[in-house]
Design a protein around this ligand. Structure first.
Ligand SMILES: Cc1cc2nc3c(=O)[nH]c(=O)nc-3n(C[C@H](O)[C@H](O)[C@H](O)COP(=O)(O)OP(=O)(O)OC[C@H]3O[C@@H](n4cnc5c(N)ncnc54)[C@H](O)[C@@H]3O)c2cc1C
Length: 548
């Protein structure tokens, strides 16, 4: 049986099969080989697209304004080699088949992520309204928690024909996926996650407390109340694509994936053996792109970097968050239709903050003599920390603790605060849950924190579509299909988390990067192998449903 993958539901195209096919992704006319393409952003989407474009024989020139890897950012605690703080993506569902294609390609290892109530976490503590519960599995908790889990499962069946769509996705039956999913698009685009919960028979027959607990504890990886105002379509995609299930982390830090992909030679058309993306870029990326315009003299796209150097390209791929085309890159307005500008600017980004510390050792595994339980566990709470995750590197070795991972209002509470103050607040919250544990005495080195909205290269963590945003997403996502665009709008392509259907998941960044690769290949006059049609060949038949 095919492994379950994020197959659709909006565009059920098998990216993993496309990538694996021995015929390759496309062939360029020989006279176009060696031409340069600008890629703005060296995050997952930019590096994956760069890799594939290089393999086709183009020369991707990467521009990066901040840190290589973008939102795959693994900071190593000072003085250690492998104690990692994953500041962006940290848990990767196995259904992310396009992403894992690259993980395997570069030889990175993965291991089960210590999510709540999983064997990898060992134990979990849920602390709500001052009540602290200890559990190893769902059934260790009071019946309320199972009722909440069952109510959500029932709501998904009732409101979204969940099992039927999952079965069609599992069978990779694109026509059936669309038959079931497309009516949901119109039904749920303008309604929120909270509306879905409250209007379901499953939840409306239960007391308010069940909805409240669902918001705090969620359906697998943590509280989801921060997403309650989002369009329900976005949440359905998370569930349908299995994004909240079977998650793994990348050993040594996920940043290794884009870094190795950049450095590792790959077999390429046109380029000699041993060619790597780093090599084609002279070993380093260009800096910040500050301007993109069409040069009237030759019709090419001109990209200017922070230091004033302007280069001309036949094609440009923009992978940074869409609102940066307004705030940080002076972008020729004629390059996009006004309806697309509306979408690029209205795209709504969520906030997220993380606070990490290094501990001397995984002290949390010490057993409390009074209870026989570990002194501390993976913790979900309604307090300011929201989610605390524990990363063990082996006994008597320094370990990492994500003291707090929070979104939206909880992330804003710490936005102006420096790292040490954030740690103080987190420790104060944890002291109420674990009064006998002196976490501070185990801290080594300096804390590592992030607020993605504070960084000018992001201005937010990831997209979180609001009700009514489907049309915007559709415009951005489908922009790689350029055959019908007026000439002045061709040649500039979009990719990345911000235009994907599954924002906040790297699989969406990977899939949109691959769409753009197909679009750029066609822009240069290339063609897909007959045996391996690409996303653009199938888009007219099974592409996302258009709303009027
Ligand atoms: C807090 C957080 C938690 C997450 N958790 C998960 C998770 O657990 N699992 C999962 O699958 N995904 C997760 N994600 C999502 C995942 O990290 C993203 O989908 C993915 O990394 C996005 O890649 P990208 O290439 O689309 O964008 P980015 O990584 O943002 O890359 C774009 C790059 O463009 C650069 N840039 C910006 N402006 C310019 C400019 N003017 N010139 C040049 N470069 C520029 C930026 O610096 C950035 O490096 C998380 C993200 C965040 C923020």
């Amino acid at each position: 049986m095919t492994e379950f993958s994020a197959f659709g539901p909006d565009f059920p195209f098998a990216y993993d099969d496309w990538l694996k096919h021995p015929s390759g992704l496309g062939v360029l006319p020989p006279e176009r080989c060696g031409e340069a393409v600008a890629v703005i952003g060296a995050g997952a989407a930019g590096v994956m697209a760069g890799h594939e474009l290089m393999k086709m024989g183009l020369r991707p020139i990467l521009y990066e304004a901040g840190k290589f890897g973008g939102r795959l950012r693994s900071e190593i605690f000072e003085g250690t080699e492998d104690v990692v703080a994953e500041l962006g993506g940290m848990r990767f569902p196995i259904s992310s088949r396009a992403f894992y294609h690259y993980v395997d390609l570069v030889g990175c290892e993965s291991a089960p992520f210590p999510n709540p109530l999983t064997p990898a976490a060992g134990s979990t503590v849920i602390d709500l309204e001052g009540e602290t519960l200890f559990a190893r599995k769902l059934d260790d908790l009071p019946p309320l928690y199972r009722e909440v889990a069952e109510a959500y499962a029932a709501a998904l069946e009732e409101g979204a024909r969940f099992s039927e769509i999952r079965a069609a996705m599992q069978a990779r039956d694109a026509a059936r996926v669309k038959e079931l999913w497309d009516p949901l698009v119109a039904a749920w685009d303008e309604r929120t996650f909270y509306d879905f919960i409250t209007s379901s028979r499953a939840f409306s027959s239960l007391p308010f407390r069940h909805r409240e607990v669902f918001g705090q504890v969620g359906f697998g990886t943590g509280g989801w109340d921060s997403d309650f105002p989002n369009s329900m379509l976005e949440i359905l995609r998370v569930n349908l694509c299995g994004l909240d299930d079977d998650q793994r982390y990348i050993v040594g830090g996920v940043e290794q994936v884009p870094l190795r992909l950049w450095r590792q030679p790959a077999p390429c058309a046109h380029w000699p053996e041993g060619t790597s993306l780093a090599g084609l870029n002279g070993g380093a990326t260009r800096g910040r792109a500050i301007r993109i315009r069409r040069d009237p003299a030759n019709g090419k796209l001109a990209v200017t970097d922070r230091w004033g150097r302007e280069d001309l390209y036949e094609a440009v791929l923009v992978t940074c968050q869409s609102h940066l085309l307004t705030t940080s890159i002076e972008t020729d307005e004629a390059l996009f239709d006004q309806k697309l500008w509306m979408a690029l600017d209205r795209t709504r980004y969520m906030q997220a903050a993380k606070t990490f510390v290094m501990a001397d050792r995984p002290f949390w595994k010490d057993l409390d003599p009074a209870t026989g339980r570990p002194v501390m566990s993976m913790t979900l709470t309604d307090r300011i920390t929201r989610g605390t995750y524990l990363f063990d590197n082996g006994p008597d070795r320094p370990a990492a603790i994500c003291l707090s991972y929070s979104w939206m209002t909880d992330a804003l509470k710490v936005l102006p605060l420096e790292a040490e103050k954030r740690v103080d607040l987190a420790l104060a919250a944890l002291a109420k849950i674990y009064p006998g544990v002196d976490v501070a005495s185990h801290i080594r080195g300096n804390p590592i924190c992030v607020s993605w909205e504070r960084d000018e290269n992001f201005l937010g963590a990831f997209k979180g579509a609001l009700p009514g945003h489907y049309r915007y997403n559709h415009r951005m996502y489908g922009q790689f299909m350029q055959a019908d665009l007026p000439p002045e709008q061709r040649g500039i392509f979009l990719a990345g988390d911000g235009i994907s259907w599954t924002p906040a998941w790297v699989e969406g960044a990977a899939q949109t990067a691959l769409n753009a690769v197909w679009g750029i290949m066609r822009h240069f006059g290339g063609a897909s192998p007959a045996a391996n049609p690409g996303p653009g060949e199938l888009y007219p038949q099974i592409g996302p449903r258009a709303l009027d």
